[in-house]
Write a protein that binds this ligand. Structure first.
Ligand code: HEC
Length: 177
């Protein structure tokens, strides 16, 4: 009995430990060190980082994050181009970040970027973002039921009114006699 509980606890702890790994760490680093100038999907002071791993090699990115100015001064063309495209704002050096920490940040950027499309194109799938925008078609079950109910009520009301009228007429005829 006791050993079963120990095993269970061990399982829970390893699970928690696993979940605390990579992109989570990258997210914390990103928010603490990069988010003041960078967003994954929007340009702030620095460019949007979405797809950055397609624009540059991993080694290039790691070197750039550690010291972009060193690369620019060494004559790296890509670094100079990015620098010029961003009004020559200097990105501060991050010499204390290890390669693995920067990889974690990139993992987070990738994860965040893959979530983006639904948000970025609000008209692509409007009903997913705002279910109340779902168009009213007969394929919409609650609408169909409400519609049929309304039609039924109207028909019943019509029949009732017609009956009422003929009843009134009937009574009138009786009186007249
Ligand atoms: C003070 C603002 C600032 C901070 C903080 C900052 N950056 Fe930047 N970053 C920039 C600017 C500005 C550029 C554009 C290049 C330039 O002007 O040198 C840039 C460019 C980049 C690029 C190249 C992007 C591309 O599209 O080519 C990468 C990658 C990058 N930053 C990663 C990071 C990471 C990772 C961090 C956090 C560890 C970070 N930056 C923190 C301002 C900043």
């Amino acid at each position: 009995m006791n050993s079963k509980i120990t095993l269970l606890l061990l399982l829970v702890f390893t699970q928690v430990y696993c979940f605390a790994a990579n992109p989570e760490e990258g997210k914390k680093l990103f928010q603490a060190r990069c988010a003041s100038c960078h967003n994954v999907n929007k340009k702030l002071t620095g460019p949007a980082l979405k797809g950055v791993e397609e624009r540059h090699s991993e080694t290039w990115i790691i070197n750039f994050v550690k010291s972009s100015q060193k690369m620019i001064k060494a004559g790296d063309r890509d670094a100079l181009e990015v620098f010029n495209q961003n009004n020559q704002v200097v990105m501060p050096d991050h010499p204390d970040l290890t390669d693995d920490m920067i990889r974690d940040i990139l993992d987070y950027v990738k994860e965040e970027a893959s979530k983006a499309p639904a948000d970025e194109a609000p008209f692509a799938r409007p009903t997913e973002k705002e279910p109340n925008l779902m168009p009213l078609t007969i394929y919409n079950f609650p609408f169909m039921v409400a519609y049929l109910l309304l039609v039924a009520i109207m028909i019943i009301l019509l029949i009732f009114l017609v009956n009422l009228k003929s009843y009134e007429k009937h009574m009138q005829d009786k009186k007249d006699k």
